[in-house]
Each structure stands twice: as structure tokens, then as C-alpha cells.
Design a protein around this ligand. Structure first.
Ligand code: SF4
Length: 468
């Protein structure tokens, strides 16, 4: 069974797995995605038979389900340790009392998707790409979901889907569509194919992307029939949504492998969630688990302020600390881009620890911090005075255009990792960008010994003209 998922859990988990929760299920049932879907745990009474719920919280948790439904396939539930009330899989799928406490905190539509909706189901926020919501249901209902507001069991009517397709067809600027939901892979394969075929018939549409959590929550759904169908509609990309290394099970790996073999690039979009993956150890386990399944860690989102999810939101400082702990400590391919989806539809804003401590455009000089917190002085080109000293032609240089850009010292999660804490005088203005009119290059004088490396101008080879 898939309990370990290859992740070195910090404590032994006893009450989990298919044998614990569903000893009666046959292999044929367990591997049948329709059986899994039909047997989802959807109410508190069912849940209580499988996982202990404190008596005083049962009523409150029932109330939560009046706001946002629950659905947990047996496969996904089997990843939960019934003995652990803080289990990271449980926190994602099971309504908690905190969700009730925070039911009035947050927004129904934190990304303002409804404001950018020219026809129902389409969000057109960026000029060349649209989001197309073709399903109102998911295999698992994640407690932090940004689209809680649209989760109903009713299927999206065909007429509505046709209107979405029509909008894309008459909007030539759209070259990329993200099909999402709900989860598009909860649709039957023929229904999904009918939508893909209509989209592929639109000549200006280049890329089709599908956003799905099915390989995580119901990997049995990914079968040969689905993959054979999908590969007819390339270029097609799939974005998956793993949040914890324990979700990287052999079943999930098989589903990802089938999709990869159909020529579909897989990218993961995780969300930083308190008590789930807000630790470096867990995130590192996740990105390594993804890489082993040939899934590229793509984005990690800061959790949106959606109603009822405040207890799952972590801080930006924590997110940066984790990103800092990844960069340089694992391969670059395994590092997702940390983003915050700006409220009201501002789009994704990349959030990074500061590695460019200072940039003086006039002097063409930068101060860089590496993953160990060591500072390096870097020249993007040979300084003018150096060229003059060498009697080279200074006029060939572009005229300097601006003063220094001084970057706010890094969020110093690890004490001296901030890089500028050793006495460097760096003047910061606003959010880190200084104006050339006020900041003097000299203001960035660096304490002796802080810079451990510099660009070198020594010519190591013979000039081309000398070779002839
Ligand atoms: S699978 Fe995605 S769309 Fe569905 S509830 Fe989870 S986060 Fe929301």
C-alpha cells in the first residue's frame, strides 16, 4: 500500500492505509475510480466511523459543511493517520472547528475572478490567456480552496460550455487556455474529449492546459483510455496540485507516469499551508518526491484569503524562509516560484528572497548574496576607468542612464543569511528601489571583509584578432 509515499515520516503512523480503513474492499473496487468516487466520505456521520472526532466538535463540523462541502475518496482518506488530529492530509480535507471559527473571515472570491468574467465560466485577466471552468465538482474538496463558491454537484451545462468555447473562438488574442474547475478530470472521458476537440478547432488557440488534483486525490482516474484521448490534443500541459510528500505515493507516481508517457509535461502548483507544509523539511520532501515522479515544481502559492481558511494561512516570512532554505540546497529544477495572487485580480506576483543586494547601473556594479549568505561584488561589464586605463575606446560604451538601485536587505530568516548584516551601508528606499537622484553609489560602501569574491578582469585567453 501507499502509506509511506517514500517520505521519511517523523513518527510512525499506525492507523492508516487501505487495510485499516477499508479491509473489505476488493482490489477491483479499490482500483476502480468510479467505486472510489461513489464511496467518498461526504458527511460527518460517515467520517466519525473512520476518524475520531471530539464529541463537542461534531455539531460545529456539521455546520461547516453547510458552507462548504466535504468529499474524500477512500484512497485519499487512507493516507490519513486516524490517531493524529494534526495529520497534514486530514488538515487539507477534513473540516475542522477552526474553519467554523473563521467562517466570516476572508473573501468569497479573493481573486476577483467574477469581475474578469466576460461569460460565465471564463476568467479573462491576462491578455493572451483565459481560465475556463468546466466542472463544479472535485474528487476531494480542499478546505482552503479559492473557488469554494462554485462547488456544487451539478454539472456545468453543455450550453454554458459552448458559450465559453465561443468566447475563446471570437477572441483572437487568446492563445492559451487553462481548463480548470472544480476538477476537469471528474468529467467523463468522452465529455472532456468533446470540449478539447472544440477548443482544438480554434486556430488561434495554441496551448491547452488542464489544472487537476486527480493524480493526488484519485489517481485511479488516470487510465490508458484517458491518456490516449488526451494525447490527441497536443500541445497539452497538465498542472497538478501536490502539497505534501506523503501524497507522492506509488499510485500517484503511476498516474503521473501514464500522463508523462502520453507526452504531457507535468508541473506542480502547491500552496503553502499552515500545519501541512510550512516547514523546510516537508517542502524539501515534496519537491524531491515530485522530481522522482517527473513532475516539475512550478509554483508555490501563498494561501489566498478565502473565507474560512484563515487557520491554514501561514506568513510570507515563513514562505521566504522555506524558499531560502531550498535555493542552493537542492537543484534549481526542484525549486518552485513562490507567488502571491494579488487580491481582486492583480495577477501572480513573484516573491523571492533578496539575492541582489545592490545594483548600481552607472558603475555597472552589483552586490550579490549567495545561498550561504556570502557577498560577492559583480561587474556586468568592465568599468569605464579600467577600459580607459587599457587605452580601449570608451566611446563605444553606452551612456550611463541611471543611478544605483539599492535592494532592501534580505528578509533575514536565518540571522546572518541576510548578507548585509555584517556592517554594509546600504541605503534602502521604499520597497527597495532607490532613485538615482538621491542615492549615491558611495552609500553602498561595504564593510571590509564582507565581500568575499569579485569579478576579475584578467584576460585568460588570447584575443580573437591575435589568433589570426
Ligand atoms: S481540487 Fe482544486 S478546485 Fe477542487 S477543491 Fe481542491 S483546490 Fe479547489
Amino acid at each position: 500500500m501507499s502509506e509511506s509515499g517514500g517520505f521519511a515520516a517523523t513518527k510512525a503512523r499506525q492507523k492508516c492505509g487501505r487495510a485499516h480503513y477499508y479491509p473489505e474492499a476488493t482490489d477491483a473496487e479499490w482500483n476502480d475510480w468510479k467505486w472510489q468516487f461513489r464511496h467518498r466520505v461526504t458527511d460527518i456521520e460517515q467520517l466519525m466511523k473512520l476518524i475520531p472526532i471530539p464529541e463537542g466538535e461534531r455539531g460545529i463540523r456539521r455546520e461547516v459543511l453547510r458552507d462548504f462541502r466535504m468529499g474524500i475518496p477512500p484512497y485519499y482518506l487512507a493516507l490519513i493517520d486516524a490517531d493524529d488530529p494534526d495529520d497534514p492530509i486530514l488538515r487539507q480535507a477534513v473540516p475542522l472547528a477552526e474553519e467554523y471559527a473563521y467562517r466570516d473571515v476572508g473573501d468569497e472570491d479573493p481573486l476577483g475572478e467574477e469581475h474578469y468574467s466576460p461569460v460565465p465560466g471564463i476568467t479573462h485577466r491576462y491578455p493572451d490567456r483565459v481560465l475556463m471552468v468546466i466542472s463544479n465538482s472535485c474528487a476531494v474538496y480542499c478546505r482552503y480552496c479559492t473557488r469554494k463558491r462554485i462547488m456544487y454537484e451539478d454539472a456545468v451545462p453543455d450550453l454554458e460550455i459552448d458559450r465559453m468555447v465561443d468566447y475563446i473562438a471570437r477572441t483572437p488574442a487568446v492563445r492559451d487556455v487553462v481548463i480548470s474547475g472544480g476538477d476537469p478530470l471528474t468529467c467523463s472521458t468522452p465529455k472532456l474529449e468533446s470540449i478539447l476537440a472544440k477548443l482544438r478547432a480554434i486556430r488561434h488557440l495554441e496551448i491547452i492546459r488542464i489544472g487537476t488534483r486527480i493524480p493526488v486525490s484519485l489517481p485511479q482516474r488516470v487510465d490508458a483510455e484517458l491518456c490516449e484521448m488526451l494525447q490527441k490534443y497536443h500541445p497539452l500541459w497538465v498542472n497538478v496540485h501536490f502539497n505534501h510528500p506523503r501524497e507522492c505515493t506509488p499510485e500517484a507516481a503511476r498516474a503521473c507516469d501514464l500522463l508523462s508517457r502520453a507526452g504531457i509535461p507535468l508541473n506542480n502548483q502547491a500552496v503553502f499551508l499552515k500545519g501541512v507544509n510550512d516547514s523546510l523539511e516537508v517542502m524539501k520532501g515534496l519537491v524531491h518526491g515530485l522530481m522522482k515522479m517527473r513532475v516539475r515544481p512550478y509554483y508555490v502559492y501563498h494561501c489566498d484569503p478565502v473565507r474560512g481558511s484563515e487557520h491554514m494561512r501561514t506568513t510570507i516570512a515563513k514562505g521566504l524562509e522555506i524558499m531560502e532554505g531550498l535555493r542552493g540546497h537542492t537543484s534549481g529544477l526542484a525549486i518552485p516560484q513562490y507567488v502571491i495572487d494579488a487580491p481582486g485580480g492583480g495577477g501572480k506576483v513573484p516573491i523571492n528572497p533578496n539575492y541582489l543586494l545592490e545594483y548600481d547601473q552607472k558603475k555597472q556594479r552589483a552586490l550579490l548574496r549567495n545561498y550561504q549568505g556570502r557577498v560577492f561584488e559583480y561587474y556586468e561589464q568592465v568599468p569605464e576607468e579600467e577600459l580607459l586605463r587599457r587605452k580601449l575606446v570608451a566611446e563605444r560604451l553606452p551612456a550611463p542612464t541611471a543611478g544605483p538601485i539599492v535592494i532592501t536587505p534580505s528578509h533575514g530568516s536565518n540571522g546572518d543569511r541576510g548578507g548585509m548584516s555584517g556592517g554594509a551601508k546600504v541605503r534602502t528606499i521604499g520597497n527597495g528601489r532607490a532613485t538615482g537622484a538621491t542615492a549615491e553609489p558611495e552609500s553602498a560602501a561595504v564593510a571590509p571583509g564582507l565581500v568575499v569574491g569579485k569579478s576579475k578582469w584578467a584576460h585568460r585567453g588570447r584575443a580573437r584578432r591575435d589568433q589570426t
